[in-house]
Unconditional design. Structure first.
Length: 510
């Protein structure tokens, strides 16, 4: 592996602060490490090929960690046949085929020869990216989201390249970035936000959304951002091929001058790289140099939530955020961006001014509400977003209609999977009532469809209750309280751990 010593010309430089630096937002903090006795068992690859890939990428990771300004000029050789094989087995088996019509199982016949050919074409430069097949999926607001389905070989190569690039960028990305990153998920972002609002001096929340982000990403800016760290022109040419491959829709191929195809394996990483330079580094610097009070930030893909101690900080941040995004061909969605009074002291201060309860905001499918526990202390309540819940119920109703004449047992098994999957995400503390309401509406939809099948034996509530008792799981809380899971994942934040709570949102929210 060859590394250049060229210095990045990025306009923003973000140094990693010391552990005891006094910063009031989310920052990079590492998760709890594996138990010493289990490290060998957890991380040892099962084959020599995987071991070689893991060791090589670990060297890339160490170099990226130690030399923040270095450009990597030799990366493509890390995309080996072993890594392509691992990428193939990491794809979804039942995913819809792309423009090539090749399914996962069909490609698996004679796999080794196909991977050898793909590897050879990549390194000779004869690999060609194919247009993605565009489909549309319904959104909660009734609109449709465009989804790109790539050809299978494009998925394999993209997944392998993402594995290599993650070794670099996971050392660069900041702690308050959560979307589509290894070892991080939506509940990590939700936990970090909840802990920050509960423990920090947050009185105002800016709920910001970037308008049609994935469709407006500037290709020129994206390549310039990538060139800060990637000096291997072969990798950059691959990315340009995917960006310029175009989309197939209604029999015609259209090539866009901006945007990344939603649904492509490479798109989430490219989106994080773009926002790392366009937003994250700027927000980190702003809160350290410009803010008068405490500031917390959590970003999941293009959804941004920032909390402020003072209103003037919040207003300045919003105005400067709009200018910052505009400089990189992005724009804030005014219909989905709001600045509200929210936090531990919001209810009291609003009451003194003769105002009503604090407004609510929605983040990652949950409506966040200022409330109080039985002892009268502030408590952040999170309820399932009603709009999304109604959209999910409409989808269940349509699927039940299509399955109306299937045996009751098959319907019950399918509904059990649907309800269990919904509970797995939404069963957070304080959301029991919403879970019960969702289950009740599912039972009612099931009863209505069964009644349509015939009049010989009416489907009464007593009968459907027995079926629900047999097939549908009952509501129960599955997730721990945010502060408990956050402390387990980021033990350096635990009270009395000997280190001040200066990074509450870091490995969590920043």
């Amino acid at each position: 592996m060859t590394h250049g010593r060229e210095k990045s010309d990025s306009p923003i430089v973000a140094g990693k602060p010391a552990n005891k630096a006094e910063i009031a937002t989310a920052e990079p903090v590492e998760r709890r490490g594996e138990a010493e006795g289990n490290t060998g068992q957890q991380s040892t690859p099962r084959t020599q090929g995987r071991a070689g890939v893991s060791q090589a990428l670990e060297r890339v990771r160490q170099a990226a960690r130690q030399r923040k300004d270095e450009r990597f000029t030799a990366l493509l050789h890390h995309v080996t046949v072993d890594l392509l094989r691992t990428a193939y087995y990491g794809l979804k088996r039942e995913a819809a085929p792309g423009i090539d019509g090749v399914t996962w199982r069909a490609y698996g016949e004679g796999l080794e020869a196909k991977l050898e050919s793909l590897h050879d074409r990549m390194h000779r430069g004869s690999y060609r990216a194919r247009p993605v097949r565009r489909q549309y999926i319904p959104k909660a607001d009734g609109r449709k989201r465009p989804l790109g389905i790539a050809a299978l070989e494009d998925k394999i190569v993209q997944r392998a390249v993402v594995e290599v690039l993650n070794a670099i960028y996971e050392e660069d990305f900041l702690g308050f970035s959560y979307g589509f990153r290894p070892g991080r998920g939506q509940h990590d972002a939700l936990d970090a936000l909840a802990v920050a609002i509960t423990r920090k001096k947050v009185s105002y929340i800016l709920d910001a959304d970037i308008r049609t982000f994935f469709d407006t990403v500037s290709h020129d800016w994206l390549i310039r951002f990538l060139e800060h760290r990637i000096g291997d022109q072969r990798v950059l040419r691959l990315i340009r091929k995917w960006l310029k491959a175009g989309t197939l829709e209604a029999g015609s191929i259209a090539v866009a001058s901006a945007g990344t195809p939603q649904g492509a394996v490479i798109s989430p990483l490219l989106a994080n790289v773009y926002l790392h330079y366009a937003f994250d580094l700027w927000a980190e610097r702003w809160r350290r140099r410009e803010a008068r009070g405490e500031v917390i930030v959590v970003r999941y893909a293009d959804d941004i939530v920032a909390g402020f101690q003072y209103q003037d900080d919040a207003k300045r941040f919003r105005a400067e955020l709009e200018a910052r995004l505009e400089a990189f061909a992005l724009a804030v969605n005014p219909d989905k961006t709001r600045l509200i009074e929210f936090g531990r002291f919001a209810a009291e201060t609003r009451k003194k001014r003769g105002l009503g309860k604090p407004e609510t905001f929605t983040f990652l499918g949950f409506t966040h509400i200022c409330s109080r526990c039985r002892r009268g202390r502030f408590q952040l309540k999170r309820r399932s977003c009603r709009k999304r819940q109604r959209a999910k119920l409409r989808a269940i109703k349509q699927d039940l209609r299509r399955q109306m004449h299937r045996p009751v047992g098959q319907q019950g098994r399918w509904l059990r999977q649907v309800v269990s999957g919904y509970f797995a995400y939404h069963a957070v503390p304080g959301n029991y009532t919403s879970l019960g309401a969702f289950r009740y509406h599912v039972i009612d939809l099931w009863r209505r469809e069964l009644r349509r099948r015939g009049q010989k034996r009416p489907m009464t509530w007593a009968r459907i209750a027995r079926l629900a008792e047999r097939w549908l799981p009952k509501p129960r809380i599955l997730h721990p309280w945010p502060n408990e899971r956050f402390a387990a994942n980021y033990p350096r934040q635990e009270p009395y751990a000997g280190i001040p709570l200066v990074r509450i949102c870091a490995g969590g929210a920043g």
